[in-house]
Design a protein around this ligand. Sequence first.
Ligand code: NAP
Length: 261
Amino acid sequence: MLLEGKKILIMGIRNKWSIAWGVANSCAENGAQVIFTHNTAESAEKVNALIQELPNPNGFTVESFQCDAGSDQSIQECLENIKAKYGKVDGILHSIAHANTEDLRNDFYKTSREGYAHACDISAYSLVATARIAKEIDLLNENASIVALTYYGAEKAIDGYNVMGVAKAALEASIRYLAMNLGKENIRVNGISAGPIKTLSAKGIKDFNSILDIVEEKAPLHRNVTTREVGDAVTFLFSNMSSAITGEIIHVDSGYSIMGV
Ligand code: NAP
């Protein structure tokens, strides 16, 4: 199994439709011990109930720690608690994004200064803060791998994705700069650019169903992707099979992004 003996931290689980849940299932089925974080104290009960459904042949403890990605203090406390209980980890998934609804609904040029900063803070800077704090508290094992989730809207203008496209562009650049710095310690940082998937976050995007239809029509594979397919690609990036890959953005999108028209 690809992740036998590895501990993987999954940040950004909300429900069984979350991409993070597809990743968690793939990691667990590939032998990893999986640890979770969730955003608010209010969601703790639901998340803790869901994660007990994870395949768990080794009988690992499965639990989730509260972590607000918008607060360095919260990230610090969360990662310290995880280190105290589990020791070092081998992989971290960043599966977190947020933008104000009005900034997704209105034309992009109407984005407020606050809305722009908020989207970039939660969706991009939080990766930098997590990597820095993880390194400072010595949470990462040798050969650790960090993976973040991004979207094609970072590369091309997509109506309705708006400020989130700017945040994802910042996230993708951050992945490259983190890879440059952390590579000295053999820590890898990569991104998966997932095709559109109907999750709670995706509901905030205008005409999301028509984006799904266009992928089915135009992508080389003529279908949309599943959270599990994204999860399997993340498992590859957490595994030793990808040991020479860092700073990359890998598309898991049925090939949609290679098409011209
Ligand atoms: P999701 O299930 O709604 O997950 C988004 C997660 O972000 C939620 O768990 C949410 O927690 C968390 N989050 C938001 N603000 C946070 C904060 N301040 N601190 C900590 N966590 C916070 O949606 P998803 O589609 O799986 O999204 C996961 C990642 O995949 C995101 O980066 C998204 O941009 C990316 N992605 C999604 C698609 C797609 O089509 N769905 C495609 C490509 C990439 P709460 O709900 O508890 O706030």
